[in-house]
Design a protein around this ligand. Structure first.
Ligand SMILES: *Cc1c(COP(=O)(O)O)cnc(C)c1O
Length: 365
């Protein structure tokens, strides 16, 4: 089976993990600091604050910005549910802006229409590895006097106008097992705001400034040394990992061109896409339904993924939630009905790619 995600753990990973084991220090320490410093460099920010996972990488900056009940956060309806859960965790209200079908990210004009006098944060999601329109969203946030928080969980190393995702607003990254940098579990927040970074570090460690001196009400959001050791080699090779994903996406797009009912993913000018997922859309013109196609590809040994089968708020627990302000989002609904992700990860061989392309052409041609 060609998996939808795969992680490359090399000898250097083993060496660094062994270094941690032999040091006897497992909890947050020098390896986490090393990861943070490398990650901040990569993102072009003054700080990277490593945390336990990508969900708390979203929660912590919202808390550090003082977001709570009565405040509103405008985000994308087409995202992993963690984005919405993080907003609700703070007690704030989530509002949704529909997506641009070409990029799967929020449309700035839809964000502008969702702003109210209670909006404190604009929270775009760089879905599948392509940044949202950060130029327009940065300007909107500045005009409205609210913060920009980027859900960059899928976009490590992606850029907008040459600048890394996570450096426009506060960047929220995940290092979950299937992400482009994978630690099993892990996350980081990037910022160039010294005060915000300081509050994030306090929040991460029970609000503690010096030993048993608690300055704010905090939490345990810490990352372990073992996880940082697993992340460092991937971070050091990030350009090569991204390059492999981009080459695979290009091969897929060349091979799948002109298939009836298949809309291929694109990257907007001035952005770089890091292809966390290679997501095609299957329209009603296609020869098979999405479920049929996924099953048939599975029989041919090709795993696929549906990210995401419904918009984030389309579940009873959110529809009835007082913190969820539902608005019509037809483009997000359509994407949820049409998307299918094909394998694009760095471990794919040339023959894997050939097999995916010929299977798709055979099933849909
Ligand atoms: C993975 C992901 C998260 C959450 O990260 P975890 O590490 O799984 O907590 C948040 N947002 C998006 C868009 C994601 O893909």
């Amino acid at each position: 089976m060609i998996p939808i995600a795969a992680v490359d753990l090399d000898e250097r990973t083993e060496k660094l993990v062994l270094e941690v084991l032999r040091s006897g220090r497992l909890a947050q320490g020098p390896m986490v600091e090393r990861f943070e410093s490398l990650f901040a460099d990569r993102c072009g920010t003054r700080h990277a604050v490593a945390v336990a996972n990508g969900t708390v990488a979203l929660v912590a900056p919202l808390q550090a910005l003082g977001i709570g009940p009565g405040d509103e956060v405008v985000t994308s309806p087409f995202t992993f549910v963690a984005t919405l859960n993080a907003i609700l965790e703070t007690g704030a209200t989530a509002r949704f802006a529909d997506i641009d079908p070409a990029t799967f990210t929020v449309r700035p004009d839809a964000v502008a229409a969702a702003l109210t006098d209670r909006t404190k944060v604009i929270l775009p999601v760089h879905l599948f590895g392509q940044p949202a329109d950060l130029g327009a969203l940065t300007a909107l946030a500045a005009d409205h006097g609210c913060a920009l928080v980027e859900d960059a969980a899928q976009a490590h190393g992606a850029t907008f106008a040459g600048r890394p995702a996570g450096s426009f607003g506060t960047g929220c990254f995940s290092f979950y097992a299937t992400k482009n940098i994978a630690m099993g579990e892990g996350g980081a927040v990037t910022t160039s705001d010294d005060d915000l970074a300081d509050r994030l570090r306090l929040l991460r460690n029970q609000g503690m400034r010096a030993r048993y001196e608690y300055e704010i009400v905090g939490h345990n959001y810490r990352l372990s040394e073992l996880q940082a050791a697993v992340g460092i080699p991937q971070l050091e090779h990030l350009d090569a990992l991204i390059g492999a994903r981009q080459a695979h996406a290009q091969t897929l797009s060349d091979g799948l061109a002109d298939l009836e009912g298949v809309v291929l993913p694109t990257c907007a000018p001035d952005r770089t896409h890091v292809w966390h997922q290679y997501t095609v859309r299957l329209t009603s013109d296609a020869r098979r339904t999405r479920d049929d196609l996924a099953a048939a590809l599975g029989e041919k040994g090709i795993a696929t993924g549906i990210y995401y089968p419904r918009v984030a708020f389309d579940y009873a627990c959110y529809r009835d939630h007082p913190g969820v302000a539902i608005t019509p989002v037809p483009e997000a609904e359509r994407a949820a009905a049409e998307v299918l992700a094909l394998p694009v990860h760095p471990q794919l061989s040339a023959s894997d790619l050939d097999h995916i392309i010929s299977a798709m052409r055979e099933l849909l041609g």
